[in-house]
Write a protein that binds this ligand. Sequence first.
Ligand code: ZN
Length: 615
Amino acid sequence: MSIKKNPKNSRKTKIGSTLLILAGVLLAVYLFMPRRKLPRVPYSVFIQQVQNGQVLEVQINRGQIVYLLKEENQQEPFLTTTRINDPKLLTRLEDNKVRFQAAPPKNPWFAILLNWVIPPIILVVAFQFFMNRGPQGSLSISKSKAKVYVEGESEKITFTDIAGVEEAKTELTEIVDFLKTPKRFTEIGARIPKGLLLVGPPGTGKTLLAKAVAGEARVPFFSISGSEFVELFVGTGAARVRDLFEQAKKKAPCIIFIDEIDAIGKSRTSGNFYSGGNDEREQTLNQLLTEMDGFGAGDLTVIVLAATNRPEALDAALLRPGRFDRQVLVDRPDLVGREAILNIYAKKVRLGEDVDLHKIAVRTPGFGGADLANLVNEAALLAARNKRETVAQVDFSEAIERVVAGLEKRSRVLSDREKKIVAYHEVGHALVAALMPGSGKVEKISIVPRGMAALGYTLQLPTEEKFLRDEAEIRGQIATFLGGRAAEEIVFGNITTGASGDLQKATDFAEQMVTTYGMSKVLGPLAYERRGQGGFLSNEGVNPRRLVSEKTAEAIDNEVKEIVDKAHQQALEVLNYNRDLLEKISQQILEKEVIEGEKLYELLEEVRSPWEKNF
Ligand code: ZN
């Protein structure tokens, strides 16, 4: 694949900049041209000098008077102003026999040139210069910044390079057919769809899919990001859209890929007003709609693929028939999908014999294609750093932790007391997790600080792929989040700031139980939260609640508090009941910094339930 550059543009830019510099120099010379500086004299002094008979000659210009004194060696003229309108000036000069004259006119052509011709030329040249900056220039105004990928044999992306999104691939195969043999469809009278929306969370390979469609159909691929349409200059987005479609039509059949289309296609009624941007976006959006409605009537096949992770935020006008009327879901891959993706990326590195990609796939739920690519690369880097010939399973294990928890930072030093607190805190999480349902298996406890946030961490990995969780499991998870804080309370009698993230998560979960999942005994199976205002398929971002009465809001708050309190109580009970074990594991972890695998499983086997057969 190669990116086509336009050589004509860069030459234009050169000429433009030369002219601009030239014009700038001319202007500077004009403005700062050295003029004789005459000593200024107050008007009253001048009149006095006239009346004293000291003045030899006067030259009256508009607004100022230049005069010479009679003194013999005084050849230097003086300057005074006549802002004071003095009707008696001429009489005074005549009375005192002063020679006077009006100023000789300047060369009129020169004045006209300076005042009326050069400034517009400078403006025009400057404007031309900015207009002609190529697509690479940050100041380009109307040219679309679309990158054109023309199919090159060497690095063509096809569907075989993509895994884990089988349904999306099936649907896109149809698009490939449209691009390859448009006649087959148009001759029978079918209308080829113009727009298709790829919907899914970030990092799931939407761009890659679009490129693969172009690769399969062997057509050019224009790619631009929605945010690029509306950046920098107001009023340029629409022009960019027009330009992009013009370029594309010349290359038809082809694909236009618009990433982050929500940047321009945000719903006009969603009330997301920030000053200025709204009008601009609307114009850009309207232009896009006009272009999409305009083409396709003839035999030009231009298919617009657009990607978004917030389909619910898009303007309804975009989704109407004839525009983006098809949607393809590109979701995070499941277990099988992840293994397939790993297979693709693992081909690019030298794998050791012990590598089990299935196991890696099991340990990486929630990873998207981009994350998995990153994971394989991290593993390869680690292997190389450890001077291994091939990438081993150990490298993958460490890479997973790195990607999940950020890079290990051994350089960060904790005080002994801090280390102790972190140790008990993390073991607290682990003990509660070992006992509570729904928490997944505790794989590792570490008090080596990682990345930005966590001072220590307890790594839990789900033993199986899970899509549904029941109430007991969520409650167990909330108790696990609170286990760290509970341990601090029991051992040190006070709480540190380290537990704030845990509390946040625990409270979020409790609130979701009540407001989203209908697991509340008081409120019943009602959804008090509006879905779809937050990010796509994610629990991030606090959703605004449905309008509820004050009474209901209070009831929600009470129940959330009750859930968290109860989980906290459970965590305290578990840790008090297993106080000796808490001590034992904490001491070990303080010594070794990390406990994992079999050794950890053995230790956690010893956890006893304070409620005996309740679990
Ligand atoms: Zn914690």
